[in-house]
Design a protein around this ligand. Structure first.
Ligand code: G3H
Length: 481
């Protein structure tokens, strides 16, 4: 089923077979099927969301903040009741380790609750009277209009909800286009959405670009909230017709660099490097995706990170302490092998035994040393279990890997000499949006601002920043006494 205009509709057209990267015999396990919706359903959802908006006159955009919060809180109660089903579907479909799936669910619920609290504060701060130069004005935060939300496969719940919930609660009606992979978990949530919000306020669609493109091409979407690849974001925003302006809230590609100074505590550095590069197989926009290690510490870094990789349990997502699991994106193991082969063909080498070997969808992490600018592993986001390592003697060479990159999300500095570390912080903070000291890159806690420079993001997410991203400050002003 899918959700348009408050109705749960049963689809009788083509279905997409949903498989797990876990094999049963010689075939990927079939988990179920999802509607392969078309342009007609996309346009029906646009009609529903436009009716709910009703040029800003709709019941939802004009509803009091307190009543909108009631709807969101009712939704959370229903969402929590299907936690186990959502978590298990996530583990099967994207093969995230089961405890991490639970953590994603709980973190998402926390995010929604924190958003409700932040809205109360924001509303108090925004709705006020000012008198200046003889003008009496009431300021308030107003919604922007219909929003199209699309999230990625690696955080199919959390990343979509971090735009969906702030958009909704600020009074914007929303269409969610679920990810191509990591979508079955929306099935148990459909009824919770349908029962918690007025008709047309939330619409949930399944399908691919044949669903996203007509919605944007209609010119009736005010905001595109997209978390995924920079290339896909560009292709999507081009669909929106001129002269209407499409606001975008985007979380995109990243190539987060870890700089390992001569003074690094190598035990701590290696532990953070392994976790930062390989949690959920490196399928995180915030993963550490390239290391620059001072030449005097390179051998030790490779040895310790190699040991760390060897100690990572591999296998099914519900095995105890498992860290490396099957990859859900078809063709990903071959794509990673091609990147590694391109680097090794140009002088790099795989520095850990078994690195890069694959068994169907399972890829043993490759620690690739001798990586240099111009190699794909140096310049492109790998989004998988490969750890590229370059070395440097002058710290400017390492800093240049950050400044020359088209991306600017985060980076890490590993070192114990306060002066050496401090000398890097100011130039780096002007290149990325979060500098991590002696720790891996990460988004959380979700109340922290989350964004990027250059080609990595547009707009800022966090609990309170997202409320601002999906609203606009307005005034009602009058002259006189
Ligand atoms: O893929 C991007 C996620 O927002 C990363 O979140 O750093 O908590 O894994 P995380």
């Amino acid at each position: 089923r899918y959700l348009i205009g408050g109705e749960l509709l049963t689809w009788s057209g083509p279905m997409q077979t949903v498989t797990s990267p876990i094999y049963s015999g010689n075939e990927p396990t079939v988990l179920g099927a999802c509607p392969e919706l078309t342009e007609a359903q996309s346009l029906a959802a646009v009609d529903a969301v436009s009716a709910a908006w009703d040029d800003g006159r709709g019941a939802w955009p004009t509803m009091s903040v307190a009543r909108r919060i009631d709807h969101v809180e009712a939704f959370v109660r229903r969402m929590v009741a299907v936690r186990d089903t959502v978590v298990r579907l996530m583990a099967w479909e994207i093969c995230k380790p089961l405890p991490d799936c639970r953590a994603e669910f709980d973190r998402t619920v926390d995010y929604v609750r924190a958003t409700v609290e932040a809205l109360k504060d924001l509303d108090r701060a925004s709705s006020r009277f000012v008198i200046e130069a003889g003008i009496y004005a009431q300021t308030r935060r107003a919604p922007l209009g219909p929003v199209l939300c699309m999230g990625p496969y690696n955080y199919p719940l959390n990343e979509t909800f971090t735009t969906l919930i702030p958009a909704l609660i600020m009074g914007n009606p929303v269409i969610v286009k679920t990810p191509r992979i990591g979508k079955l978990l929306y099935a148990p949530l459909l009824e919770a959405f349908a029962a918690s919000f007025p008709p047309g306020v939330i619409n949930i669609l399944f399908g691919g670009r044949q669903v996203a493109i007509p919605a944007l091409a209609s010119g009736k979407i005010s905001v595109l909230a997209f978390i995924g690849s920079s290339q896909a974001a560009d292709a999507l925003r081009r669909q929106h017709p001129a002269p209407h302006r499409l606001r975008c809230v985007l979380g995109l590609d990243a190539k987060n660099v870890g700089i390992v100074l001569p003074c690094a505590d190598m035990e701590l550095t290696a532990a953070e490097a392994v976790a930062g590069a390989l949690s959920f197989n490196g399928q995180r926009c915030t993963a550490l995706k390239l290391f620059y290690v001072h030449a005097t510490r390179l051998e030790e870094f490779l040895a310790r990170v190699g040991e760390g990789i060897a100690a990572l349990p591999m296998g099914l997502p519900w095995l105890e302490n498992v860290r490396i699991t099957p990859l859900p994106v078809p063709g990903k193991p071959a794509a990673l092998s091609a990147m590694v082969a391109e680097a090794t063909g140009r002088g790099a080498w795989v520095a850990n035994p078994l690195g890069g070997t694959t068994e169907r969808t399972l890829v043993y992490p490759a620690l690739v040393a001798g990586v240099t600018p111009g190699m794909r592993l140096h310049d492109e986001e790998q989004f998988g279990p490969v750890v590229p390592v370059a070395s440097f003697t002058a710290v400017d060479t390492a800093a240049k890997a950050v400044t020359a990159s088209p991306y600017g999300q985060q980076m890490s500095i590993f070192g114990t000499d306060p002066e050496a570390v401090a000398a890097l912080i100011d130039p780096m903070v002007n290149q990325v949006c979060r500098v991590n000291l002696n720790s891996q890159c990460q988004r959380g806690p979700d109340t922290f601002p989350f964004t990027g420079r250059k080609d990595s993001a547009e707009g800022t997410l966090s609990v309170s920043d997202a409320l601002r991203a999906f609203s606009i400050r307005t005034l009602v002003a009058a002259k006189g006494s």
